[in-house]
Design a binder for this molecule. Structure first.
Ligand SMILES: CC(C)(C)OC(=O)N[C@@H]1CNC[C@H](C(=O)N(Cc2cccc(Cl)c2Cl)C2CC2)C1
Length: 338
């Protein structure tokens, strides 16, 4: 619903503070899909009606049926994405995609095979990449670029609000064309992207409490709306966890819930500003039968050069800092989220 001031809001659902997704439609008549708006990638894919019966992850999600859409255009080019955590394979199709009520004729991928890991845990059906065209696989023009070329947006930016409380409604909001003052306070602090073509910035350090501990000589931080957590080089994260007294077990780093209130804040030095996360921002506190479990929402991930070493600031960072992605000026802005 383009409320005529050139900004288009899409409400997001928050699933356990780890998955934030919104609804789009593909085809005529509209076939609905829940997608993650992912700044770390630049392709749109959804499960296909023709996915293999052995792909469990496919059958537990909404699937696109080309035969039911009269605006479908065949393409058939092969498609595959290799994620760190799994892979997606399929073929390209073209149809009308509606995002926030804006129609675009879009080339997207019909996924015919989805690796069970991690997609059986996905509450969303697919991914709508909000990255730059040069990140797009098969050189497909991304959705946001197709929307920008329609000149319907007030500004060539999009903004993301992620709620921190799964009971809060809405669980989040994507705004195309501007920002939503209902979800942030104070001013935006902007920093240029490290290079044109990726939603990443130069980070000047990571401190724990008052002590600068990592990335003191500078490193790269990817601002990734499609990642649940914060990841950093495995050696740095394990050093950080030792400082927090966290133990690594099969499902991540855990701390004793009794110690949570004494934990130090972790601060990311970006663009001349300090962005701190306190313990309630980076601890996932789950009350379970056998007692409370407190997970530290940081993960070690070694991304090989030339891309890495990098830190990835995901949903738990964005939930604290409302984020504006500015394609006009190739910069990212942060304001304190409400
Ligand atoms: C190189 C290239 C392939 C472009 O890299 C990427 O696409 N990199 C993507 C960067 N953003 C996060 C993406 C991701 O990890 N998932 C999986 C995921 C994330 C959170 C929770 C769940 Cl359940 C899942 Cl399945 C996609 C859903 C966004 C990978």
């Amino acid at each position: 619903n383009n409320n005529n001031n050139g900004t288009v809001p899409t409400p997001l659902t928050n699933y356990l503070d780890t998955q934030y997704f919104g609804e789009i439609s593909i085809g005529s008549p509209a076939q609905m899909f829940n997608v993650v708006f992912d700044t770390g990638s630049a392709n749109l894919w959804v499960p296909s009606q023709s996915c293999s019966p052995f792909s469990t992850a496919c059958f537990t999600h909404n699937r696109y049926d080309a035969s039911q859409s009269w605006t479908y255009v065949e393409n058939g080019t092969g498609f595959s994405i290799q994620y760190a955590s799994g892979n997606v394979r399929g073929f390209l199709s073209e149809d009308v995609v509606m995002v926030g009520g804006i129609p675009v004729v879009q080339v997207f991928a019909e996924a015919t095979s989805l690796s069970a890991m991690p997609f059986i845990f996905a509450k969303f059906d697919g991914v709508l990449g909000m990255g730059y065209p040069n990140v797009a696989i098969d050189g497909i023009t991304p959705v946001f670029d197709r929307i920008m070329s329609q000149h319907v947006l007030k500004e060539e930016v999009f903004s993301v609000y992620y709620s921190r409380d799964p009971k809060h409604s809405p669980g989040g909001e994507l705004v195309l064309g501007g920002t939503d003052p209902n979800y942030y306070t104070g001013n935006f602090n902007y920093m240029d992207t490290r290079e044109v073509g990726k939603w990443e910035v130069i980070m000047k350090g990571v401190s724990v409490g008052m002590e600068m501990m990592f990335c003191a000589e500078g490193c790269t931080a990817v601002i990734d709306t499609g990642s649940s957590y914060i990841t950093g080089p495995a050696s740095s994260v394990s050093g950080l966890m030792k400082t927090l007294g966290a133990q690594l077990d099969e499902s991540g780093y855990k701390v004793n819930c009794d110690t949570v209130k004494t934990l130090p804040s972790v601060t990311f030095h970006l663009g001349g500003q300090e962005y701190s996360l306190s313990q309630e921002d980076y601890i996932l506190w789950q009350s379970q039968i056998e007692g409370d479990v407190c997970t530290v929402t940081f993960r070690g991930l070694d991304v090989p050069p030339p891309t890495g070493p990098i830190w990835i600031l995901g949903a738990n960072f964005i939930a604290r800092y409302y984020t504006e992605f500015d394609r006009r000026n190739n910069r990212i802005g942060f304001a304190t989220a409400v």
